[in-house]
Design a protein around this ligand. Sequence first.
Ligand SMILES: [Cu+2]
Length: 96
Amino acid sequence: MIDYKFVPDHLTFQHDVHYRLHIENRGKETHEFTAPTFFATAKIDNPDVLNHEHTEIVVQPGKSKDLLFTPGKPGTYDLRCADHDWTGMVGGITVQ
Ligand SMILES: [Cu+2]
């Protein structure tokens, strides 16, 4: 994540395959990896990395977090930064 984009802005995963997603914030502002429906349909091994509501992963500037997960249901899912979607900081996730 940078100010104010996801790079890449689209992620594709295979269902029932285990992944480690490494999310870095290389911007100067705090960014969120906000994808509530995606999180709800995935099996997440380290839910502590999510916020309390399980809607997003908050990453402070210069920091990174890893999500260990197995995508469940194939489909397309919304991805946005809850703070900066109004500036176009949006993307998408595809599970095949
Ligand atoms: Cu942001």
